[in-house]
Write a protein that binds this ligand. Structure first.
Ligand code: FE
Length: 131
């Protein structure tokens, strides 16, 4: 039986337009707020149309040595050019980018998960050291 986790694709964001880019410090001070940004399309643009778009990005934290994953933030991207005048004629586009302000007590791994309405789930990871 295939599990959902088996369906999540991973790739280098420099060569695969679906893979989210995670931008945050490599090292932070414990309990001090810092920003984590994640976006899709930094190197290779992804389509942003009613028919084909990035619908959401979620951020997770896996603390080193712990069993359970923490969700940090979630952002849904809703405007993709839809309009009563026709697809692509709408006045607004939401770009697939999220920024969260976070503080951590221990080192671990940041996971960014993105969802393309056609090409499914994509993940990137970045290790972060506290201390
Ligand atoms: Fe796609």
């Amino acid at each position: 039986m295939k599990r959902l986790g088996d369906q999540v694709q991973a790739a280098d964001w420099k060569s695969e337009k679906h893979a989210p880019v995670i931008e945050c410090p490599d090292r932070v001070v414990g309990d001090a707020p810092f920003q984590i940004a994640a976006s899709v399309g930094k190197e290779i643009a992804h389509p942003n149309t009613a028919e084909h778009h990035i619908a959401w990005i979620q951020l997770y934290f896996q603390p080193d040595g712990e069993k359970f994953t923490q969700q940090l933030a979630s952002s849904e991207f809703v405007a993709h050019g839809a309009s009563a005048k026709g697809a692509g004629e709408g006045p607004a586009l939401t770009q697939p980018a999220i920024t969260a302000t976070v503080s951590l007590k221990r080192s671990g791994t940041i996971h960014a998960l993105s969802y393309c309405n056609i090409h499914g789930l994509w993940e990137s990871v970045k290790e972060i050291t506290v201390g």
